[in-house]
Design a protein around this ligand. Structure first.
Ligand SMILES: [Zn+2]
Ligand SMILES: [Zn+2]
Length: 403
């Protein structure tokens, strides 16, 4: 995970070319070792500005309309070491030390991960700023929080703060007096909901899975298990354990394998592996409780694909994503033939007409398969052959069945 740092890369991330220099001048690599996670080694402490929540801040050095002037130091560290952060993801700390910028201590999580993390640690995720303001606003909530902290703790003159954030002194005054960018109040109803949630959800305790190697084989990161457990909402051992993070169109939980875009795993399958070990080839993990978002391993059983299809049919459900069940008995094609058609076409040497002759179906049927219109499969990616038009059917005769 080594990111090449070029001025173009920095500019694309909204940072000036001198950002790395400014970043490194404010890092102390001999920070403390966290008592709860000594294996992580020392934190890299941020010695510069901090925001109200305790995260390090660094000036971006480029002004963009509607974007804040300052970046969170741990996010900058991720961008410098690991690469861009895709939309909607947060940089979270394994070490729980918000001033830490050691890339080894960081991982990417969703807002929901963070919400659950707050809940698990007994913090109230509802107390926070109201939504971001209009797109043309010069400041972001992070900036405003920083202005308030700087104004309160560092006793800088208003003119200096105004200069730092490229705003007027009046604006600084209004922010410091809570006249603009007012803090949101949490309504009593929201508070009640939060408290009842906190009461209902059992504290989630987990010991490392004895089947961690099965996860590692799939390419899951070290943080996988802890991320898995932080996304579960359960009221008791026997109830459904509901997945609180991302779900697919069918309502099944989805979890990323690792910190850097390495693909997803279905949460209920992950649960099965954590509790029971690897899933044998060709087997499906099925729900007894008929709740796709449930990841309680006691609510699942291992079935074959036909059993899965029968189960789906019994529940009157068709898969929106993933291969449809085998088709009618008189279908000319099967899933294996469809896969063959797609792979031959994707090699780019064969057109639709020769394929239609080879498999004894119409050209229209081939076209629909190639475009994932019939025999739909979410994992299939069509590759457009980049051949000169005349060359495309060159090898056609090789595929025509000899009669
Ligand atoms: Zn750390
Ligand atoms: Zn269940």
């Amino acid at each position: 995970m080594q990111q090449q740092i070029t001025p173009e890369y920095l500019a694309a991330q909204g940072f000036s070319a001198d950002l790395p220099e400014r970043f490194w001048s404010q890092v102390n690599k001999n920070g403390k070792i966290q008592a709860h996670a000594p294996e992580l080694g020392p934190c890299w402490e941020w010695t510069g500005l901090r925001n109200a929540s305790g995260y390090g801040l660094v000036r971006k050095g480029i002004r963009q309309v509607g974007k804040g002037n300052l970046a969170i130091a741990s996010r900058v560290s991720w961008v410098l070491h690991c690469g861009p952060i895709s939309g909607g993801l947060l940089v979270c700390h394994k070490c729980d030390n918000r001033t830490c910028v050691n890339p080894e201590h960081l991982f990417l999580g969703t807002y929901r991960d963070n919400w659950m993390d707050c809940l698990n640690k007994g913090r109230n995720p509802l107390v926070g700023p109201s939504p971001e303001r209009c797109r043309t606003a010069k400041l972001s909530w992070e900036d405003v929080k920083s202005i308030r902290v700087i104004g309160k703790t560092q006793k800088l003159p208003r003119s200096q703060i105004a200069e730092m954030f490229d705003i007027s002194e009046d604006t600084v005054w209004s922010i410091l007096h809570n006249k603009t960018w007012r803090r949101r109040r949490v309504s009593a109803a929201q508070m009640r909901e939060f408290e009842s949630k906190q009461k209902e959800s059992e504290p989630i305790e987990f010991s490392p899975s004895p089947h961690a190697s099965a996860l590692a084989v799939m390419g899951c990161s070290e943080s996988f298990e802890s991320r898995f457990w932080s996304n579960i909402y359960k009221t008791s051992k026997d109830s459904c354990w509901l997945w609180t993070a991302a779900k697919n169109a069918m309502g099944y939980g989805v979890i990323g394998k690792g910190p850097c875009n390495s693909g997803n795993v279905l949460a209920h399958r992950a649960s099965w592996i954590i509790h029971n070990g690897a899933i044998p080839d060709g087997s499906c993990v099925l729900h007894k409780c008929d709740t796709p978002a449930c990841v309680n391993p006691n609510h699942m059983w291992l079935g074959t694909r036909p059993e899965n299809n029968a189960d789906m049919a019994r529940k009157g459900r068709r898969r929106a994503i993933g291969p449809a069940p085998e088709r009618a008995a008189n279908a000319k094609l099967s899933w294996s033939k469809v896969a063959e058609i797609r792979s031959i076409y994707n090699q780019g040497k064969t057109g639709q007409v020769p394929l239609s002759k080879m498999f004894g179906v119409s050209q229209h049927a081939i076209w629909a398969i190639i475009n994932n219109i019939t025999w739909r499969d979410a994992t299939y990616v069509k590759i457009e052959p980049h051949l000169p038009h005349s060359g495309r059917f060159e090898n056609a005769s090789a595929f025509v069945p000899k009669t």
